[in-house]
Design a protein around this ligand. Structure first.
Ligand SMILES: Nc1ncnc2c1ncn2[C@@H]1O[C@H](COP(=O)(O)OP(=O)(O)OP(=O)(O)O)[C@@H](O)[C@H]1O
Length: 352
């Protein structure tokens, strides 16, 4: 049974359509990351799932039970949803233990203490139960928030930018740790972030949202490498757009010469297409002589750690290439395309 099942959800603020026929499903125990530009409707979707707003059309079901539709809305407190926010939202006047115990009802005093201790162990904060939020680091405060949310054994956890306020040095470790906790507890979660890297590290799959719709949903690796359209391709990371003309089922003429695809091209010969090539799928090779027939040259290089983000100019167009060799500006180069499954768009920007 699906932990979350959203079907054809529509919601408008006054006359502005914010959620438009939105569909999203999350399996039991699955962690999904919702990625999208500012204003695409992520917060509105979280509000709809948590029961703070009522949809105009469509429905939301949690573990098979409809909780929101245009006819009914189960109150937020009866949905069994845990929420984790960017600012931790802990009660400053309550100790760590009391923060965790806050939402636990119907438990005897001894069961309550047992559950709080269990949660403290789970999030690795054993011994800090008497501290107050201001006596903890950001990462520790977020762990308390996780412990508080999980103490209620939620059906679904919603996380809204939970790592944005965490120091970047601790962030990667915390993301991994919290992911492991959710997996251990088999809790399904929907995680909202602006950071693709956080999404890749934390979630099992990503859902790319744009103008109130989910454009593509899948494993990060697949969405990154096989985007459904130009918007998703560009949103998932940098790439080069090139005009091309199909020669046959594996070859395309482009400004970089004839490019081969390792997979079949589903377009008729002579069709005009747009290619999308990631920077790491291009290489540059230094030309030993100034060859006027190959006028590509280095415009700029930026050290990124593992590689150099290199801008190469070819016939007044800039290409972005990830390479490892330091090349001075104006060095003449050849650009090569590595053998891979090419991503091609039609005139409407949809993947062919
Ligand atoms: N209470 C409101 N009344 C009217 N319009 C609203 C209201 N809340 C949000 N909106 C509009 O709805 C759209 C979606 O907003 P929402 O907050 O869901 O976006 P978001 O994807 O969460 O953005 P961000 O990433 O910046 O938080 C925006 O155009 C916003 O201006």
């Amino acid at each position: 049974m699906k932990a979350l099942d959203i079907n054809h959800l529509c919601y408008s603020y006054d006359s502005t359509d914010v959620l438009q026929e939105l569909n999203l499903q999350i399996e039991a125990g699955e962690i999904v990351c919702l990625l999208g530009r500012s204003g695409c409707g992520k917060t509105t979707l979280l509000k709809a799932i948590s029961g703070l707003i009522q949809p105009d059309e469509g429905y939301i079901a949690l573990h098979g039970k409809t909780v929101s539709s245009s006819k009914e809305v189960l109150p937020p407190e009866n949905r069994g949803i845990g929420m984790i926010f960017q600012d931790y939202a802990l009660f400053p006047h309550l100790s760590v233990a009391d923060n965790i115990a806050f939402g636990l009802r119907n438990l005897s005093q001894s069961d309550l203490q047992k559950r709080v201790q269990e949660m403290l162990e789970l999030v690795n904060l054993h011994g800090l139960d008497k501290r107050y939020p201001h006596e903890l680091s950001g990462g520790q405060q977020q762990r308390v928030a996780i412990a508080r949310a999980l103490a209620n054994r939620p059906n679904l956890l919603l996380l809204d930018e939970p790592f944005s306020n965490i120091d970047s040095q601790v962030r990667q470790r915390l993301i991994r740790e919290i992911r492991d906790i959710l997996k251990q507890q088999k809790v399904a979660a929907l995680f909202v972030t602006h950071s693709r890297e956080e999404g890749f590290a934390f979630a099992d799959s990503v859902a790319v949202m744009h103008e109130g719709k989910i454009l593509q949903r899948g494993r990060s690796f697949d969405v990154y490498n096989q985007p459904s359209c130009r918007f998703v391709a560009e949103f998932m990371g940098a790439g080069n757009l090139l005009q091309g003309k199909v020669i046959n089922s594996h070859q395309i003429t482009t400004p970089l010469g004839i490019v081969e695809s390792s997979t079949k091209v589903y377009a008729q010969p002579e069709t005009t297409v747009e290619l999308f090539i990631r920077p790491q799928m291009l290489t540059v090779e230094k030309c030993e002589c100034d060859d006027p027939a190959d006028p590509a040259f280095i415009r700029h290089q930026q050290f990124m750690g593992r590689s150099l983000r290199t801008e190469v100019e070819l016939e007044n167009k800039l290409f972005v290439v990830d390479n490892v060799e330091v090349l001075p500006e104006k060095t003449p180069v050849h650009i090569h395309v590595k053998d891979h499954a090419l991503v091609l768009f039609n005139e409407q920007g949809q993947t062919i």
